[in-house]
Design a protein around this ligand. Structure first.
Ligand SMILES: Cc1cc2nc3c(=O)[nH]c(=O)nc-3n(C[C@H](O)[C@H](O)[C@H](O)COP(=O)(O)OP(=O)(O)OC[C@H]3O[C@@H](n4cnc5c(N)ncnc54)[C@H](O)[C@@H]3O)c2cc1C
Ligand code: SF4
Length: 437
């Protein structure tokens, strides 16, 4: 069992924004599905869940079979149902979109089936007969959890090493609470670990308390699933002032504990990606009256999803497009952000500045990459900070595999699950001698 979380967490004020289907609603929606052969939604899902199949099983009242179809492809199918950006994945590719008909709400149907499985206490998979092999996994995020579960189905013993005390990676510490709260992710972790034979050692930083070489010596193969590193900061005057905080750090505090919001009247969020958009809605949801996003580009070029930005606007978000912070200012703590105005090519417009009030600044301009930690290991190639692998997750060092954000540079939970599972299959082939990669 994982450690229980505090009940007194800032994130608990958030409501679930998509809501759950009643059995009648699920039935009506499931019966709208065309059950396409060669369905585009299946191709759009990185874990290739047999979507028409699981929906048909809901329509025929076979909820257990439906959940099994989902978990067989994606063991984190319960959280993916809540956190996947379905608008750009499965739902975005539903054929109804081309016919001007509302697309099937695949995520909500997936949630209906998987929540039911959790409530009923159904378990679907057993560990394979002991293979005598032992695999180390670095990090307890979605990539390693999916890999470890798949490895157990093949009978390999697993030890996951996690530097934090919380398990689940960013699914526990990062995902916006109106999509999923930390306790739901932890519950899923316990469910995944229920297969048995996966030991999780928390508070162990590989590369510090245990060296990479030691890990290699003690195990038959190693999976690297350590995700991305700390928030990147802007190197401008005042960057160290109290009240200027990295966004992912702040979100983690909000999800696992309390973030102070008393007396915070205005918050500035720097960035235009999905983490920035999450912060906007989170800051507004925590009752901060004035929340302004500052992005150096134009709206059409922001990397955050447009559906998320639309949702943020309905909550009262403000924005300064084409503006770049050049100084955080204040007396002992941040009080203002001074920004340079930029043209459409992101070049400074001389003399054009704007100053924004800010008691809190959340810097959401990306996370650093951890791949360089491995650069002393011969055979492992680091490409722009990411761990380079073949399509199965094999690095150039024998027995070393990678998946998830550290490999793909930062995508979604469902990508981490797909990559973790693919790597597990390659590891199985390696430790059983079917391949020597
Ligand atoms: C703010 C935020 C919101 C997000 N929202 C969504 C969303 O709504 N939907 C979605 O699908 N995706 C979302 N994502 C992306 C998603 O969370 C990631 O793609 C996914 O969690 C990647 O999984 P992973 O296992 O590769 O890495 P992580 O989840 O980052 O897990 C890596 C784990 O490794 C541990 N670790 C790191 N270094 C070491 C070490 N040296 N030794 C031991 N342990 C180590 C870390 O503590 C961490 O627990 C979000 C990301 C962020 C930052
Ligand atoms: S895992 Fe995500 S992308 Fe795949 S079908 Fe489910 S909700 Fe869609």
């Amino acid at each position: 069992m994982t450690q229980p979380l505090s009940r007194d967490r800032s994130e608990t004020v958030f409501e679930d924004y998509k809501g759950e289907y009643t059995p009648d609603q699920a039935l009506v929606e499931a019966n709208r599905c065309l059950y396409c052969a060669d369905a585009p939604c299946v191709k759009a899902c990185p874990t290739h869940i047999e979507i028409p199949q699981f929906i048909r099983k809901i329509a025929t009242g076979n909820l257990k079979g439906s959940a099994r179809t989902i978990f067989d492809a994606n063991i984190l199918g319960m959280s993916c149902a809540r956190v996947c950006p379905v608008e750009v994945l499965c739902v975005g590719d539903c054929v109804y979109n081309e016919q001007g008909v509302p697309p099937i709400q695949i995520g909500k149907l997936q949630r209906f089936a998987t929540d039911h499985a959790f409530e009923a206490g159904w378990r679907f998979f057993e560990a394979g007969p002991d293979s005598g092999k032992h695999v180390a996994l670095i990090g307890a995020g979605p990539a390693s959890l999916a890999a470890a579960h798949e490895l157990r189905r093949h009978g390999h013993r697993c030890t996951i090493y996690e530097k934090r005390s919380a398990i689940g990676g960013l699914n526990t510490t990062g995902v916006a609470p109106y999509k999923m709260k930390a306790d739901r992710s932890v519950e899923e972790v316990d469910w995944v670990l229920g297969i048995g034979g996966i030991e999780v050692k928390t508070g162990v930083t590989i590369g510090e308390s245990v060296t990479f070489e030691q890990l290699e010596k003690d195990h038959d193969a190693v999976f690297i699933g350590f995700g991305l590193g700390p928030d990147t900061s802007l190197d401008v005057p005042g960057a160290k002032l109290p009240g200027v905080v990295g966004a992912v750090d702040w979100i983690e505090q909000m999800k696992l504990g309390k973030v102070p919001t008393d007396g915070v009247r205005s918050c500035v969020i720097v960035g235009g990606g999905n983490t920035a958009l999450d912060c906007v809605r989170e800051a507004l949801g925590l009752g901060i009256p004035q929340v302004t996003m500052v992005y150096r580009g134009v709206e059409e070029k922001m990397s955050g999803y447009s559906h998320e930005w639309k949702a943020a606007q309905t909550k009262g978000a403000r924005v300064e497009w084409q503006a770049l912070p050049v100084a955080y200012e204040g007396d002992g703590k941040v009080q203002r952000v001074r920004c340079q105005r930029l043209d459409t090519n992101k070049k400074p417009i001389p003399g054009a500045e704007v100053s924004l009030d800010a008691d809190l600044v959340l810097v959401a301009i990306g996370q650093s990459k951890l791949g360089t930690l491995l650069s002393q290991l011969s055979g492992i190639t680091i490409d722009g900070g990411r761990v380079a692998t073949d399509e199965h997750g094999a690095t150039g060092r024998k027995g070393w595999y990678a998946g998830g954000d550290c490999r793909n540079g930062g995508k979604e939970v469902v990508n981490a699950v797909a990559e973790g599972k693919a790597a597990a299959r390659a590891i199985h082939a390696f430790v059983t001698g079917a391949s020597n990669a």
